[in-house]
Design a protein around this ligand. Structure first.
Ligand code: UD1
Ligand code: UDP
Length: 374
């Protein structure tokens, strides 16, 4: 008898990283696979569903403007009950460290399903950084039955927490499966994309392109103000540079960024880009300044140096290999490191080598094979 999967996600990065798993399971006749989105994000989630051609079986449509952690967590758990009762899944798949992952993990545990944690074992071991993600992933790790760890370091973290070795599989990160699919589709002859055409209109590609993103809760307020000061300074000192910043829709990000950086001729504030335009732009960029987890994983595969506006990371692999530097939200440090990369070609070359510490594009295949063998 075929087993039933329920794959659940809610935000942009979870959608990107779960899309390859959805695609592969839907083609596998040994499983009945259903997809549920909490829609913790709305527009930014829908952009991903469109690109990967995924139509969810359940859409909880939970996003509210400027939502808070208390009500989001509670409504996710409550709204998952009827879905779990209808689908009666053998396996529920959650991803990473968002409120969706943690709350769906709790609901799935109540339902009696086996819980499969994709992107398991990332840790900073500091529950305040990133907040609330470190707590979310530790809790999800406790609830999960099977742990798909992207790297051997994440496996080590799980083993140190007494997770049974036989329940862990090192798979690589599914973000690389998504990236390889995405790059191939974007570079195919017949792919036409209005957003890419718009970006071509805005930017002068004879100049060095600096791509910026940011959204971490612990950077809201002072941290974000410091980052914006650095960007303003870099734009004023370097007329041969174009800064492009697709601004996250969180009002705590969008408000201050627009207030501090609007009206500067070589800083382009734009709406979040859909995934194809974003990966296309990453490839065209000279360097990336970000606090994003996913971008830290994608950039080494594209050979792009990254300045991470955080003081800790749960993804130390690329820091160790020298393509990612933690600059925190220190205005002077961001300016200094950017100038080193702009002005010192040898330094730039040492940071822009291509490597894949986060995977080989086969993570999804490994996960499906593991579940099939149970
Ligand atoms: C969430 C995750 C974070 C993840 C990030 C990826 C939690 C607690 N946080 O943070 O781990 O790294 O997503 O981007 O799970 N909004 C929109 N439209 C959208 C998306 C967001 O308008 O498509 C606005 C809404 O006002 C929403 C707010 O952003 O209430 C915050 O969204 P939320 O998911 O709670 O937090 P993020 O900062 O996006
Ligand atoms: N991304 C995107 N459009 C954008 C910015 C980012 O499609 O305008 C993609 C990016 O390629 C990566 C993911 O979104 O795969 C990262 O999401 P985010 O930074 O929101 O979350 P995090 O990874 O930090 O949880």
């Amino acid at each position: 008898m075929s087993k039933t999967n329920l794959i659940v996600f809610g935000t942009r990065p979870e959608a990107i990283k779960m899309a390859p798993l959805v695609q592969r399971f839907l083609k596998n006749e040994n499983f009945i696979t259903k997809v549920c989105v909490t829609a913790q994000h709305r527009e930014m989630l829908d952009q991903v569903l469109d690109f990967f051609e995924i139509t969810p079986n359940f859409d909880l449509d939970l996003m509210r403007p400027n939502q808070n952690l208390y009500s989001l967590t509670a409504t996710i758990i409550e709204n998952m009950k009827p879905v779990l009762e209808e689908v009666k899944p053998d396996y529920v798949y959650v991803h990473g460290d968002t409120t969706t992952s943690m709350a769906v993990g709790i609901a799935a545990f109540y339902s009696g399903a086996k819980i499969c944690h994709v992107e398991a074992g990332l840790r900073t071991f500091n529950r305040q950084y990133p907040f609330p993600e470190e707590f979310n992933r530790q809790l999800t790790g406790k609830i999960a039955d099977y742990h798909f760890a992207p790297t051997t370091l994440s496996e080590k973290n799980l083993l140190a927490e007494n997770t049974k070795r036989e329940n862990i599989l090192v798979t690589g990160n599914t973000v690389i499966d998504a990236l390889l699919y995405g790059i191939e589709k974007v570079n195919s002859e017949k792919f036409k994309d209005l957003e890419i055409e718009n970006v071509k209109e805005i930017l002068d590609f004879r100049k060095k392109i600096i791509l910026v993103t940011g959204h971490r809760r612990e950077n809201h307020g002072e941290g974000l103000i410091n980052i914006c000061s650095a960007l303003k300074n870099i734009s004023q000192q370097n007329s041969d540079v174009e800064i492009i910043y697709p601004v996250h829709l969180n009002p705590n990000v969008k408000g201050p960024v627009n207030e501090l950086l609007s009206g500067i001729s070589n800083i382009h504030l734009i709406s979040p880009l859909a995934y194809p335009a974003f990966i296309w732009l990453m490839e065209k960029s000279y360097l990336i300044i970000t606090d994003s987890g996913g971008i830290q994983e994608e950039a080494p595969s594209l050979g792009k140096p990254v300045l991470v506006t955080r003081t800790t990371t749960e993804r130390p692999e690329a820091v160790d290999e020298g393509t990612v530097i933690l600059v925190g939200t220190d205005t002077e440090k961001i300016i200094e490191e950017t100038h080193k990369l702009l002005n010192n070609p040898e330094y730039y070359d040492s940071m822009s080598m291509l490597h894949n510490p986060y995977g080989d594009g086969k993570a999804t295949e490994r996960i499906v094979n593991f579940i099939e063998a149970l």
